[in-house]
Design a protein around this ligand. Sequence first.
Ligand SMILES: CC(C)(COP(=O)(O)OP(=O)(O)OC[C@H]1O[C@@H](n2cnc3c(N)ncnc32)[C@H](O)[C@@H]1OP(=O)(O)O)[C@@H](O)C(=O)NCCC(=O)NCCS
Length: 274
Amino acid sequence: MQGFTVRAAADADMPAVRHVAESFGLLTGWPAAGDFLDAERAFGTLLIASADARETHGFGGTLRRGAVTHLGDLFVLRGHQSAGAGRALLSQLLAGDGPKVTFASSDPRAVSLYVQYGLRPWCPLLYLTGPAAGLPAPPVGETRPEDVAPLDARAAGGARPGTLAWYAAIPGVTPYATDRGYAFARVTDGQIVIGPAGGETPQDCARAVLGALAATTGGTFPHVARIAVPGVHPLVPVLIGAGWRISDMDTFMADDAALAMIDPGRYIPHPDLG
Ligand SMILES: CC(C)(COP(=O)(O)OP(=O)(O)OC[C@H]1O[C@@H](n2cnc3c(N)ncnc32)[C@H](O)[C@@H]1OP(=O)(O)O)[C@@H](O)C(=O)NCCC(=O)NCCS
């Protein structure tokens, strides 16, 4: 087992962090400056692990929503896995009190480590991809991040007004709302990413997502959309029934405290921001 030093990522570390992230294809969907790694540094924690002072061998990042810690990333370069770097990063990232959530990959080392930090696998998180047009189109209106922040805090288990404002300022990102739901949509190169989205009830969340999809496409333009949908969410049968495909699958994991605050039936996380 190698010894790994763990410390906060500084500006000078970011090219190396992005090199690790790119080796796992994490930066597709973030074509321009300002990505989820910047968000983790600004609104959470971004740590790097190094076996020697010259190289970055892995990184992990969290985002905060009130008391909730969302573990967004844990990645170790392939040649250095299973040598303790992941555990070393987690022991600092998840050291604090408070509810914790993450989306675990199918790597058994990830699930095993997260269980050892008090999280349990709760439901699948399906990354669904399909045509944005041709679905029911409930009416939505454009809104401001500060106007949906209170409902987001209830749906996501904690407040993150800074993260929402940061995301809404990225070109192509628009928050939409109904009277009982909200959904952020981002358009990049003909692809739409939805999330975060939520509602007072699961159906309210579903209506906001469908409305945001329709508003973004204008009903006709052939966009492809990508949404991370918890398995218990009512959108799963709607989208799969409409021919959407499962492009990837993670496991929504949470500790008991987080599960008391988050109902994955009325919440659609952003794939990278939680
Ligand atoms: C997941 C990942 C971050 C873990 O980091 P790592 O440095 O490889 O992991 P560590 O060596 O610190 O710990 C791995 C643990 O998994 C355990 N493990 C390995 N195979 C296992 C299995 N099949 N079942 C259960 N536990 C297993 C090991 O015993 C070890 O636990 P221990 O410290 O108690 O011995 C890393 O392997 C990785 O980057 N994987 C690919 C990317 C990925 O999927 N990341 C997760 C995103 S959610």
